[in-house]
Design a protein around this ligand. Structure first.
Ligand code: A2P
Ligand code: 11C
Length: 345
């Protein structure tokens, strides 16, 4: 059977990883099309041992395309995802443009795959920090009902794209050469620093990244009783977001029970042995598919509480892999095609 897949933003940090994940998982595509801006049309990106020629994204790009994986920024998704859906192409969008839109399911395949059943042609991939947190928290929520989450993140620069990866490299080199570091992507120096700002500030003095964690959790869990409060911090790590997560649950759950539940959970690897200094670290999660959980211990300041440390590769599970897993779930559930192409008119 014919199955044509387009990657929109194929030259970017996430787009390249999407191609690598499609290849690595033997995704059943009969053709893969690489799309990006006019700037990179005609260049190539590696795929399946060869080079794919990059084409310019235009309004005609989606004719005959079955699935489009988007990671080219919010404004590109806002404009082109409805055009793709109109052409009958199912979009899985990694930007924040459609996440909170009621017409669009927001999906983590290990958590709420059933939300795909009612899709209208545009499916949203959650924010990276939200995905890894919920992969780990879902099985605990199912068992003990989470009432409140307090999370602080330690996020890698790759979350801001290729330019930010280069900025951390360049600043590190500049500092070792006694030069003044130049900041362009971030408001301040990121090398040897920690920035308590990810994305822009909102009216309530939280950042947009922090509010994504709050709002996306409620939508994905389909449970407005879960309260989340977040502090998001950028640190000078290239790949892998780390999170300190505190949960308060309705029912008691011991650290040993949590470890046992998470050991069985899909997409989770428990790395938790303090005596052997075993816990998840960003450098080990980088390049891996699973979400790693460790430092599971009782919050002794409340009746029913746990603390844990959750780490995942933000470009893989946080973006490219989760997007491809959604596409795989669509195929498995026979949900390709767009039933009503007027939903986004
Ligand atoms: P290009 O390389 O042509 O600029 P990153 O998140 O790593 O910065 O990558 C962003 C991706 O989104 C790149 O592939 C980039 O392509 C693509 N992109 C950005 N703006 C547009 C646009 N207006 N149309 C199509 N692709 C875009
Ligand atoms: C970061 N979480 O690490 C961001 C990147 O909403 O898709 C992804 C932004 C988004 O900077």
């Amino acid at each position: 059977d014919r199955l044509v897949v387009a990657v929109v933003g194929a030259t970017g940090a996430v787009g390249r990883e999407m191609l690598s994940v499609l290849e690595g998982r033997d995704f059943p595509a009969t053709e893969v099309i690489a799309l990006a801006s006019a700037r990179s049309a005609g260049t190539t990106v590696p795929f399946a041992g060869a080079e794919l020629k990059v084409k310019e994204l235009t309004e005609d790009s989606f004719e005959g395309v079955d699935i489009a994986l988007f990671s080219a920024g919010g404004s590109t998704s806002e404009k082109f995802a409805p055009i793709a859906a109109k052409a009958g192409c199912v979009v899985v969008d990694n930007s924040s443009a459609w996440r909170m839109d009621d017409r669009c399911p927001l999906v983590v395949p290990e958590v709420n795959p059933e939300a795909l059943e009612k899709h209208n042609g545009i499916i949203a991939n959650p924010n990276c920090s939200t995905i890894q947190m919920l992969v780990a928290l879902k099985p605990l929520h199912d068992t003990a009902k989470i009432k409140r989450v307090v999370v602080s993140t330690y996020q890698a620069v790759s979350g801001s794209g290729q330019k930010a990866i280069t900025e951390l490299e360049t600043q590190t080199r500049q500092l070792f050469n006694m030069q003044q570091p130049e900041a362009e992507v971030y408001p301040y120096q990121i090398a040897f620093n920690a920035l308590p700002q990810i994305d822009v500030f909102m009216d309530n003095d939280y950042t947009k990244e922090e509010m994504k964690m709050v709002n996306e959790t409620v939508k994905i869990f389909n449970d407005s009783s879960v309260k989340v409060t977040a502090t998001c911090v950028r640190i000078p790590v290239f790949y892998g977001h780390s999170e300190s997560v505190n949960i308060e649950t309705a029912q008691k759950i011991t650290p040993a029970e949590a470890r046992a539940i998470l050991t069985q959970a899909p997409g989770v690897t428990v790395l938790d042995n303090p005596g052997e200094k075993i816990y998840p670290m960003a450098i080990d999660a980088a390049g891996q598919d699973d979400t790693f959980v460790g430092r599971i211990r009782e919050d002794e300041s409340i009746e029913n509480g746990l603390n844990m440390w959750i780490v995942a590769d933000n470009i893989r599970k946080g973006a490219a892999l989760n997007t491809v897993q959604i596409a795989e779930e669509l195929i498995k559930r026979d949900l390709l095609g767009v039933k009503d192409t007027t939903v986004f008119d």
